[in-house]
Design a protein around this ligand. Sequence first.
Ligand SMILES: *Cc1c(COP(=O)(O)O)cnc(C)c1O
Length: 377
Amino acid sequence: MIPFNRPPFVGKETDYIKEAIAAGKICGDGAFTKKCNKWIEEKTGTPKALLTTSCTHALEMAALLADIKVGDEVIMPSYTFVSTADAFVQRGATIVFVDVRPDTMNIDENLIEAAITPKTKAVVPVHYAGVSCEMDTINAIAKKHGLWVVEDAAQGVMASYKGKALGTIGDFGCYSFHETKNYSMGEGGALLIGREDRIEQAEIIREKGTDRSRFFRGQVDKYTWVDYGSSYLPSDMNAAYLYAQLEEAETINNARLSVWNRYYNGLKTLADAGKIALPVIPEGCVHNAHMFYIKAADLAQRTALIASLKENGVGSAFHYIPLHSAPAGIKFGRFHGEDKYTTAESEKLLRLPMYYGLTDEEVEKVISSVLEFYKTV
Ligand SMILES: *Cc1c(COP(=O)(O)O)cnc(C)c1O
């Protein structure tokens, strides 16, 4: 059986966790957390990166930092994970969903402006599959209307747009290090803070509303409760696991890209014959092979393909029931404009096995299983 996903493991994770334990510092902001923050800052150029307990929590921090209040509106795609919306719903915002582009499954940048009202406070581009949204257009619209830009870059670590790392293009960027992502600490994430005037507030929110970070830097002689906040910092043991992988980020990235290219070339004949659609990487985007998906003709064909792959011992997965059609999405949001692509395209999309350690032989087996299925279609 070739599973759909395996959590990444490079080898040094166990040693680093032991090191964290030996250091007697297993709570947050120990040596490994600092190393991870520094790695992200150096790799992406963000003024400040803070490791968090999840991308969901990084998004919640961004919603707090953007001062989202009851009645505010936040624009995002409906084709995304629930946390993108829920972080803002928790602050009392109404979510305004707009359609995606069928080529990248990213928010259609040309539909954003029409969805803006006097209540709009933020736009949340989601870089699906580690392929960037059209950020120049999105930033220009946000600037014109005074909106915050929060990038859901959960899938975007090591990917870029016109030379800029995903997560560093808007005001805030949110990374995920969940076990299904390219680099992992089990559960975890990071907040990238592009706005230098919000760094201190971010540290306070992450540390239960206290100025503990300032205290550790020796800037105050005791720490105290200064504002609202929560506990968004992960254990240093989890950071130790992650750091082992960040050190090997190039190796992991190259291995994933090689799998992606093998899939792409192996399935191109089907795309050329008009039987399936393959992912599109727009110019200026460098992706990170977070996932490899194909699009079947329709839902019935996708369902049959999943069953056929399973019979051949190949795991596959689809995702995202569009949020605007989910119970909470109906309660907390509305779809602006026509749902031309979100629902229809999401029903066709199928993700093939993609993880660090997937062998060429396994990839070839997946490809031949897909080709086999389409001989009968
Ligand atoms: C994985 C993911 C999240 C949530 O990440 P967690 O670290 O599990 O909280 C949010 N948004 C998108 C687009 C994701 O893929």
